[in-house]
Design a protein around this ligand. Structure first.
Ligand code: NAP
Length: 222
């Protein structure tokens, strides 16, 4: 499967690429600037090699990623995502899956909170910028990026996946299940994204209150 990451040069993109690479998947790293994408792809490939993996990483401009990938991660700051999706919209194709990892957070008065949007979640907002024949699946919203990006760290948690097309959710769950330490769970339709985004904000508040860094969620009985 062709996998690409929009905004793959950031911390979240790094974490996703490294974990997928370690699971044996080649990944295309996306950026607004091709040279930045190429540089990051080389850097991440070097890091993977140290961990014994020989998979290839490629660097491409974001819209090239959309043209050439079947499964695309959206890993740019939420407030930049609509603009990027609009720019790349002509290049989406029927049957593609966009995995939305963005969380519409803002920091105010030393508190983290969710931005007020017309829709109840960031994912429900962003899906409106996609063609109807592309499935948006929300995932990874509750996993700290720095933990994903540190290959020495044990993940040992659940990834909650939601979206309105069950087959797309299933494909994303199957993909995530290949990543060591992650258990993926389809939690339902895209409206569940609002809960996942609140869980992300809660985890950050818990980190601040107890001076820890990597709060995440694991369900019992699964
Ligand atoms: N940090 C976490 O723990 C965490 C956890 C869960 C989910 N997330 C979500 O993951 C997403 C990425 O987080 P991050 O910390 O990796 O963000 P980041 O480092 O601030 O940004 C990621 C990439 O977005 C690209 N970008 C910046 N401005 C852009 C614009 N105007 N248009 C298009 N691309 C732009 C940049 O790539 P180029 O300059 O190369 O184009 C940048 O490297 C966020 O939506 C966040 O909510 C983060």
């Amino acid at each position: 499967m062709e996998i690409g990451i929009l905004g793959g040069t950031g911390l979240e993109g790094k974490g996703l690429a490294l974990r997928l690479g370690l699971a044996g998947f080649s990944v295309k790293i996306g950026s607004r600037i091709r040279s930045q994408a190429l540089r990051k792809a080389q850097e991440l490939q070097r890091e993977l090699k140290i961990h014994g993996s020989t998979v290839h990483f490629y660097g491409q401009e974001n819209c090239e990623i959309v043209k050439t990938s079947e499964l695309i991660f959206l890993a740019v700051p939420f407030e930049r995502a609509t603009g990027l999706l609009r720019e790349c919209r002509p290049f989406f194709r029927e049957g593609q899956i966009l995995v939305d990892v963005t969380v519409p957070l803002q920091f105010r008065d030393k508190r983290v909170e969710l931005r007020k949007l017309a829709e109840a979640s960031g994912s429900e907002h962003l899906v409106k910028s996609l063609p109807n024949n592309v499935a948006l699946v929300a995932a990874f919203k509750t996993i700290p990026a720095h933990l994903l990006a540190n290959l020495e760290a044990q993940l040992d948690c659940h990834v909650f996946v939601c979206g309105d097309l069950q087959q797309a959710n299933y494909q994303v769950v199957q993909l995530i299940s290949k990543i060591k330490g992650l258990s993926a769970l389809d939690v339902g339709s895209l409206r569940e994204a609002r809960t996942l985004e609140h869980m992300c904000a809660l985890a950050i508040q818990i980190n601040k209150k107890y001076r820890v860094h990597s709060s995440r969620f694991r369900l019992l009985d699964f």
